[in-house]
Each structure stands twice: as structure tokens, then as C-alpha cells.
Design a protein around this ligand. Structure first.
Ligand SMILES: NC(=O)c1ccc[n+]([C@@H]2O[C@H](COP(=O)([O-])OP(=O)(O)OC[C@H]3O[C@@H](n4cnc5c(N)ncnc54)[C@H](OP(=O)(O)O)[C@@H]3O)[C@@H](O)[C@H]2O)c1
Length: 310
């Protein structure tokens, strides 16, 4: 699998594997199968959180399962591990206060059976805590070697920029990756996002990231399987001309539509005003095999232009 050297020094696979449902709705056996296959195919970038998937269990399952898998396979040094702090678990504990960050990093390290996290995200903004307090707490984790670099997820762009301005002014570690909801389909303008934090990434955010050379880790990038089964599309995504184009390109290239969406995202960094985009998705082993064919696909400039202006 292609690797990308990120500006923050991490060498990650061109896609990230989502572990959100591991140990809850995805059984241990199924989770191990896809993790083993991902590693075998050269993948290394794995995404979890301190609260996955609390709506289907306790919130400890994903990190705990990953910790067991890393330990059993002895592959910690081959994996770039990303986890998160800041969202609630069972309605409690949301926030990015110093005490919360200090508590949850140790919980994540314990569950993941490791002594460092490669990429630690603020899972969402916390308007009730001074940004200085959050960035200082994160910076201490970096200085202690518990965390290699930082990211922000589900932030308004201006708040992410403000956090980085404060970090830079105070000589603290800034966020060097952003994780947001992003896919090929246009958002349906008349439908407000279910939660404010997961508004679909817009062009201005993309230009900001391109300008700052910050990679976008794109979650929900396969629209919950909606490229394959349109009934599964989230209600705030427009199918329309973009869906027709992706279906046509998939037929012409003998690939599945999700693979074309993945190819578009990974080719975007060649286009002016777009950052490096790393598709982040979960998949069964069979789905992973077919989706990976999109990761190696080089789309022509004409194809990218057509896809971008549709
Ligand atoms: N930062 C955040 O707030 C945030 C929020 C959500 C998710 N995430 C991260 O993003 C990861 C992915 O999230 P997501 O599951 O919402 O992403 P998604 O990319 O929208 O959907 C992935 C789902 O699409 C289906 N799929 C994948 N390949 C397919 C194929 N070839 N054919 C048919 N269906 C296919 C599978 O569903 P089935 O298994 O049902 O077939 C798979 O579970 C999570 O694991 C988590 O790590 C982060």
C-alpha cells in the first residue's frame, strides 16, 4: 500500500482503517481478520477513540480490542495509532480540560497496551475550556513522550486556526492533522447537519488545509456504504450528477463505486486548493480488498477536472 510522509513526520498508509465498531457491532474474529489483512496489505494507520463505541457498549471496546491485537501480533512498531479524547461517553465526560486530557491519555495507553500514541486528536472542540489550557495539557503529553503529534477533529476551521495560533505563539505543539467528515458527494444545503460538529467539509476548509499543509483525514468518506447501496446514503448527501458520474466511472474501470470515491480523494492533492486527503473507513475484508483497488488508481487531470466541476 502507498505510504505518505506527512509534514508532521508520520509515515502513514494512504488510507486509514476505522476501528470504531471493533469489539461491539464488529466481533473480535471479524475485527482481527480485517486488521490482519490491512497489515498484510501494507496498511499501518489505524483510527480509534477513547469512547468507541459507547452507544453500543461501554466505550472501551475498540481500544481494548486493538490493545489485545497489537499485543498478540507483536506489531506495535508497524502501526501508526491514532486515538482521541474529548467526546462524551454515556452522556458524561465531554471536554478538553487539563484533568480530562491527563486522565484519558493514561486510560487510552492502558487499554491500547502501549506507552505512546502516534496521533492524539481532540475529538471535538470545547468552548468551555480556555484554548491555552488544552494546548498546554496536550503539549505536556508530547514532551513526556506519551504522544508524538496532535490533531483536531470536528472543529470549526477558525477555532482550529485559533488553537494553532495560540500554540505557535506560546511555543506549544500545534495540531498537525485534521479529521473531518468528507466525501465526494455534495452536501444537501437545505438539511442542517444532525450535529453542528459534523458538517460536511467545505471548499474553504480545504483551502485552509492546503495553505497550511495540514492533511485531512476524511471520516464517513464512503457515506456509510451509500456508493454501493444508495438507500444507505446519509440524508444530507446529494446523490445527483456526482453519483451518476462515479457509477459510470466505476463501470468503465471495472471497480466498485467506493473505490472511485477513494481514488478521487487520494488524487485531490494534485489539484490547486486541495490538501492531502487520507480516506478513513471501516470495511469487511472483502470490501477492503475491492476498495484498495481505488487507492492505487491514478486519475488523469481531465478525469479530476471533470469530477471536481460536476
Ligand atoms: N472523528 C469523528 O467524529 C468520527 C466520526 C465517525 C467515524 N470516525 C472514524 O471513521 C471511521 C469510518 O467511519 P464510518 O464507518 O462512518 O465510515 P464510512 O466510510 O462512511 O462507512 C464505512 C462503511 O461503509 C460500508 N462499506 C465500506 N466499503 C464498502 C464496499 N466496498 N461495499 C459496500 N459497503 C462498503 C461498510 O458498511 P457495512 O459493514 O455495514 O457493510 C463500512 O462499515 C470510524 O471507524 C472511525 O474511526 C470518526
Amino acid at each position: 500500500m502507498k505510504k505518505i510522509l506527512l509534514p508532521n513526520g508520520l509515515s502513514v498508509s494512504a488510507m486509514a482503517l476505522g476501528a470504531m465498531n471493533f469489539g461491539t457491532t464488529t466481533s473480535k474474529k471479524e475485527s482481527y481478520e480485517v486488521l490482519d489483512l490491512f497489515l498484510e496489505r501494507g496498511g499501518n494507520f489505524i483510527d480509534t477513540s477513547n469512547n468507541y463505541a459507547h452507544w453500543a457498549g461501554t466505550g472501551d471496546e475498540s481500544e481494548t480490542l486493538l490493545g489485545e491485537w497489537l499485543h498478540e501480533r507483536g506489531c506495535r512498531d508497524r502501526v501508526i495509532l491514532a486515538t482521541k479524547v474529548g467526546f462524551d461517553r454515556h452522556g458524561q465526560g465531554a471536554g478538553l480540560k487539563k484533568e480530562q486530557i491527563e486522565y484519558w491519555i493514561d486510560e487510552s495507553l492502558r487499554k491500547l497496551r502501549t506507552d505512546y500514541i502516534d496521533l492524539y486528536y481532540a475529538h471535538t472542540d470545547d468552548a468551555n475550556t480556555p484554548i491555552e489550557e488544552t494546548m498546554e495539557a496536550f503539549d505536556r503529553l508530547v514532551k513526556k513522550g506519551k504522544v508524538r503529534c496532535l490533531g483536531g477533529s470536528n472543529f470549526d476551521t477558525w477555532r482550529f486556526a485559533e488553537a494553532n495560533a495560540i500554540a505557535n505563539a506560546k511555543g506549544l505543539t500545534p495540531y498537525t492533522a485534521m479529521q473531518q467528515r468528507f466525501s465526494y458527494l455534495h452536501p444537501r444545503a437545505e438539511i442542517a447537519p444532525k450535529y453542528l460538529f459534523n458538517e460536511i467539509t467545505d471548499r474553504e476548509r480545504l483551502r485552509y488545509l492546503a495553505d497550511k499543509n495540514i492533511p485531512l483525514v476524511a471520516y464517513a468518506c464512503l457515506c456509510k456504504g451509500g456508493y454501493e447501496v444508495p438507500e444507505r446514503l446519509p440524508e444530507d448527501c446529494v446523490a445527483g450528477a456526482r453519483m451518476e458520474l462515479i457509477q459510470r466511472m466505476a463501470r468503465e474501470k471495472g471497480l466498485n463505486p467506493s473505490a472511485i470515491a477513494i481514488a478521487w480523494m487520494t488524487n485531490l492533492c494534485r489539484c490547486k486548493g486541495y490538501p492531502t486527503v487520507i480516506p478513513l473507513f471501516s470495511a469487511t475484508p472483502e470490501q477492503l480488498e475491492s476498495n484498495l483497488r481505488g487507492l492505487d488508481l491514478v486519475l488523469t487531470d481531465e478525469e479530476m477536472e471533470l469530477m471536481n466541476r460536476t
